[in-house]
Design a protein around this ligand. Structure first.
Ligand code: PEP
Length: 253
């Protein structure tokens, strides 16, 4: 059965001390994660080592980076490779976030390279896709997301795809306070799963986790997570407040 995941994307927020406090508060909340449920902290790069030490011995808690380099190694000042991330115990890497696509011009092709390097180094890509508002208004979101999947994921084998998690994040809902309705989320998640089924077969589609991201919060998480094709969430703003993040994790149950 596919995993249910709540991942917190801290983006460029929090000091190390604030981040430590947040992780400790979430760990202290006495969450009883069920079999197949995972909580992921996607911290800034400099906090990964410390965050790994904090979560170790806590089954069900994992670590993500928010990016990784598109090259293997070498003279790429300021970049962090998948191999480096693997060497400090990172489990997941967020790739294709709309902020990376928009502010750092990451194309579907570059993301395909990053995904390959992540998988080759034992990291699980948490691959983000999702349409901007004008595409949603034109009602062409399915075609838009299908192209993102095709150009960044479909070169993978079925075996490789087992280590990929997809996050559907409509750009118009990220950090805006606007959330996709449960029906909009379910429609897109079902569409993505159908696309995966068409390319990789029914079993692969049933086993892949598809998370929702975009202004998820305690007040809407239960409804979103109860959709049959929504397997948890990628959480931005609400992952920075321990009580909110814990409430969202509890919505998985
Ligand atoms: C995100 O950036 O991945 C995200 C979902 O942000 P927010 O929850 O703040 O909309």
């Amino acid at each position: 059965m596919r995993k249910k995941i709540v991942a917190g994307n801290w983006k460029m927020n929090l000091t190390l001390a604030q981040g430590e406090q947040l992780i400790n508060d979430v760990l202290a909340a006495g969450l009883h994660l069920q079999e197949g449920q995972e909580v992921v902290f996607a911290t800034p790069f400099p906090y990964l080592v410390k965050a790994k030490a904090l979560i170790k011995n806590n089954p069900g808690f994992f670590l993500a980076s928010q990016n990784s380099a598109s090259e293997k190694s070498g003279a790429y000042t300021g970049e962090v490779s998948a191999e480096m991330l693997q060497s400090v115990g990172v489990d997941y890497v967020i790739l294709g976030h709309s902020e990376r696509r928009e502010y750092f011009q990451e194309s579907n092709a570059v993301l395909a390279k990053k995904i390959d390097l992540a998988l080759a180094n034992g990291l699980k890509p948490l691959f983000c896709c999702g349409e901007p508002l004008e595409v949603r208004k034109a009602e062409t979101q399915n075609e838009y997301v299908a192209k993102q999947l095709e150009e960044s994921l479909y070169h993978l084998t079925a075996e490789q795809l087992k280590n990929v998690v997809i996050a559907y994040e409509p750009i118009w809902a990220i950090g805006t306070g606007l959330t996709a309705s449960a029906a909009q989320a379910q429609d897109m998640h079902a569409f993505i799963r159908a696309q995966i089924a068409a390319k990789y077969g029914r079993e692969a589609a049933l086993n892949i986790s598809i998370l929702y991201g975009g202004s998820a919060k305690p007040s809407n998480a239960v409804e979103l997570f109860s959709c049959p094709d929504v397997d948890g969430g990628l959480i931005g703003g609400a992952s920075l407040v321990a009580a909110d993040f814990v409430a969202i994790i509890k919505a998985l149950a």
